[in-house]
Design a protein around this ligand. Sequence first.
Ligand code: SF4
Length: 715
Amino acid sequence: GRTLRAPAATVDTHCPYCALQCGMGLRPTGGEEGVEVVERTAFDVNRGALCGKGRTAPAVLSSRVRLTGPLVRRRAGGPLEPAGWDEALDRTAAGLSAARGSYGPDAVGVFGGGGLTNEKAYALGKFARLVLGTSQIDYNGRFCMSSAAAALNRAFGLDRGLPFPLADVARTGCVILVGANPAETMPPALRYFTELRERGGKLIVVDPRRTRTAEHADLHLAPRPGTDLALALGMLHLVVAEGRVDTGFVAARTSGWEEARAAAMAHWPELVERITGVPVPALREAVALFCDAESSMVLTARGPEQQSKGTDTVGAWINLCLATGRAGRPLSGYGCLTGQGNGQGGREHGQKADQLPGYRRLDDPAAREHVARVWGVDPAVLPGPGRSAYELLDALGRDVRALLLTGSNPVVSAPRAAHVERRLRSLDFMAVCDVVLSETAALADVVLPVAQWAEETGTMTSLEGRVLLRRRAVDAPPGVRTDLEVLNALAARLGWERGFPTDPEEVFEELRRASAGGLADYSGITYRRIAEEDGVFWPCPEVPGTDEADDPAVDRSPAPHPGTPRLFLDRFATDDGRARFAPVTHRPSAEEPDADHPLLLTTGRVLAQYQSGAQTRRVAELNGAAPGPFVELHPRLAERIGVAEGEPVAVVSRRGRAVAPARITPGIRPDTVFMPFHWPGEGRANTLTNPALDPVSRMPEFKVCAVRVERAGDS
Ligand code: SF4
């Protein structure tokens, strides 16, 4: 029963998946999905190129794989059964109210996602604080890039993942790519690195595995997992020892150098070789490539960030950039390749435990005052900061008794997942908004089917800090509502009389006002401007007197703010305008190998699957290409435990056991095994991972834990 609101022509939009937010066109068809993907070459980031995930994205629109009506569990332990919207919403409001009534507002939790549009992330934060009155809201982006965000704030006073457009990557002299595998996670981005090398630039890849990305590198350094902080310190040591410090830049534009220098001097190359396993000559070569180039960059992804010392690890790489004058200058700097589709925007508008819209701090009185004014409430009613994502999940069924979850699948994606699954099952009540019946939705008391990507309009902020417009191209099935409609309906049932806007553009207009004057200032951005300019880079404050600029009949004077593709060229966003060195030293991971668990496990992604796989596992072509998990291990290790290619291997950590077929490759360190984390069940990698948290970012240590491996039949 899909009724197509056939667009007159192809609709320009963006991919539903990763933070590259590739441009694509959607053309109506008579088929089950309603639309097909066509090239959109005018969008300069991907120029029409898409990976398999983007190319096959319409498959998830099909009613065969997605939810088309609400489901409720009418008795404890009973099945999820089809229900009408009124019953589902009434039950949700009653479940949330009961917990609040019995235990207080903080007994209700809200868990969001980094794939939600800016409008939804904003509305969810507002709903939690005003309607539910709870401080207990956080989101899965905490698992994604929060360590880079914390390090960026500490060093530069501002967290925008990339302070320059991706196009600059192709034009710099040298890039160090740390713990990032764009060849599998965002293939269309690879062209920037290919172009870099074609122009004579150098690519250094730091990764314990010889990934598809490492295959493209001039130099591949393979440190032991959890030691890249020491690697960065070792490089900084050589920079000092070889007289390569840019003393003029350090004096004019930074603070804290002496302490950072002293920390680096305590990490001499031979010590760093012992810690990391990277030979001293390779370290010297990396320093020479990085410093001999006229401009250079360090880009990190989840590798250095998903550690219990992730903030300091990213800080160490930033220190290297600062000491060599590779920041705040054209074609140079540090950047983070954010992962989730709206990983950047998702952290700016208030669905994070410690934040209000505009990237304001919840404990800052002026910030509370500003946002409360926009929301028409007394600042005193705004709750304080809540728990971070893992701490929130760990509190379920104890302090937090009811949960509203949207855009996330923690049963597969959270660390120590079996424990998290038990916590979710122990809740008094859970409602899940999702497009498909994910492993987490299957545990809910109420499942609310929501519209997705091509079925609704909204903005996304890509890894470049560029605000983009995803346009509605097709109607959602009739039994489906948007997240904004769900929040509005719940708000009414929970006694919020003023309503919640359900029109995305109306929400964006409010978001603009809420963000005005904040670090992530969107006040000068409108849907119209995004459409005309193919995206606007924040910060983009509104210039007084330009509001009429939305009316083409009115003369545009003064000129609106152009947006900010490149940050920090004149000054950093700190109070004194100087970038801050971080005084960081190496320390071990939270869990080091011992006699019982002598190896290290690291986790990551494969080309054909996305995050918890809730969507991509339902797409036949993608599932055919990557049907299940595997354990990557070195031939020497495979021989020692006696497994052949494809035979089941058990990986055992202090938290559990996972089994998957062996994939034997000399491209991984002999002391390390790797598992992708996209699958539930026996091969769920996150059964094994360690929820030890970074003290600043509260990021769990997905990238390193101690394990043993054995033939699956042996235990
Ligand atoms: Fe989509 Fe990312 Fe693939 Fe581009 S690279 S098509 S945004 S999943």
